[in-house]
Ligand binder design. Structure first.
Ligand SMILES: NC(=O)c1ccc[n+]([C@@H]2O[C@H](COP(=O)([O-])OP(=O)(O)OC[C@H]3O[C@@H](n4cnc5c(N)ncnc54)[C@H](OP(=O)(O)O)[C@@H]3O)[C@@H](O)[C@H]2O)c1
Length: 339
């Protein structure tokens, strides 16, 4: 793979990542257009369901900039769609340009739509190159797969990607000191809220609601505009304070889940691609026992009060790897310190 194509994949993933947490039920996708020398003409991404797909937005931006005739190579993190959904096929948008080569990160994992985007481009005379077949494309392939992982989970397993976030203090307790809702440092809080931003919903437990009356909103980083998410409260009783329910209902569609075993089916009724669990030890134990998690982030502190992040993953990739904090995360086989 030419070096400039690798760099274009990095740009495409970064651009798409900016909109993660806003595209559901569509995947986050990025597209970069290059000229024949490998210079970047346009960087685009899918912003939101109902809005233009990454490739079409990129082509429209190229037209607006007057550079459409210079398009030689398109680099896309996901195979371009070949069907008409809310928007026309992306293959059509690419074929309306002089593009000659299309580099694709991941194949479309959606078994419900007729795929064939790559085949259609090839049948129309374009050279289609798969990142997976490039001997030097491993790092970019991992990033494309990490970006797509929440959508792929939904398509393949019928449920969103589930990230458990567990904060543990230096003594190994999950319970904050009396009068506090958290014991994490500003850096951890930033990470936790950035996670809320990229996810489409939160799963909590009745015990957490009763103890903390959490708002679950994104506060320490800027959120996507007008973002409504899903909030699932696990518990058999629905005795949550009415004022709390009224407050969270301003930002969330609230669902109750009397049995965690039904969580995948319940989440499947929502558009969520990626949910984060912010619950106490009782619900975490149930999720762990039932294998209802994909990655498990433990935010801990050492005796000096410094942050320590560790992650257990059940897969060979994790969307958490797209966070800058990933570099500080210790990889664990299993890190369930208090369960
Ligand atoms: N450090 C952290 O990361 C963190 C995060 C969140 C909360 N917390 C702390 O955790 C403490 C609360 O802990 P907790 O264990 O009581 O709360 P929890 O795990 O959030 O909620 C417990 C409740 O969940 C329901 N539940 C349990 N198993 C279930 C299952 N299999 N299916 C459906 N619902 C199920 C039950 O509700 P019903 O009784 O209604 O059936 C149970 O009482 C608080 O102090 C809070 O601050 C810490």
């Amino acid at each position: 793979m030419p070096e400039r194509v690798g760099a274009a994949f990095d740009l495409a993933v970064s651009e798409a990542w900016r909109f993660a947490g806003q595209t559901a039920p569509n995947p986050a996708v990025g597209c970069v257009l290059l000229d024949a020398q490998g210079n970047v003409l346009v960087i685009a991404a899918h912003h939101k369901a109902g809005e233009l797909h990454a490739e079409r937005l990129a082509v429209e931006q190229a037209r607006a900039l007057g550079v459409v005739e210079r398009i030689h190579t398109a680099v896309v993190t996901l195979e371009p769609c070949n069907h008409t959904g809310r928007t026309p096929p992306c293959t059509q948008a690419l074929l309306s340009t002089p593009v000659q080569v299309v580099w694709i990160g991941c194949a479309d994992p959606n078994p419900h739509v007729p795929g064939g985007g790559a085949a259609h481009l090839q049948a129309n005379g374009l050279a289609v190159r798969w990142l997976a077949q490039a001997p030097n494309g491993g790092a970019q392939m991992a990033r494309c797969r990490a970006l797509l992982a929440p959508f792929a989970s939904r398509m393949v397993h019928g449920r969103p990607w589930i990230t458990v976030k567990q904060a543990v203090n230096a003594q190994g307790s999950m319970v904050p000191p009396a009068g506090h809702k958290t014991f994490t440092t500003p850096q951890s809080l930033h990470f936790a809220h950035a996670l809320r931003r990229v996810t489409d919903g939160i799963v909590t437990g009745m015990g957490t609601v009763q103890a903390d009356l959490p708002s679950f909103t994104v506060r320490h980083v800027p959120d996507h505009a007008n973002r409504r998410r899903v909030l699932v409260v696990c518990g058999t009783q629905r005795n949550v304070p009415a004022h709390w329910l009224a407050q969270v209902a301003q930002h969330f569609d609230v669902l109750f889940c009397p049995d965690c075993a039904n969580l995948p089916a319940l989440l499947a009724t929502t558009p969520a691609l990626w949910v984060m669990v912010e619950a106490g030890p009782t619900v975490l134990r149930a999720l762990r026992e039932q294998g209802l998690w994909d990655d498990w982030l433990c935010i801990g502190q050492d005796a000096q009060g410094r942050d320590h992040f560790s992650v257990s993953t059940r897969h060979d990739i994790s969307p958490l790897s797209l966070f800058a904090e990933w570099a500080q995360c210790t990889q664990e086989q299993a890190c369930f310190p208090v369960l």
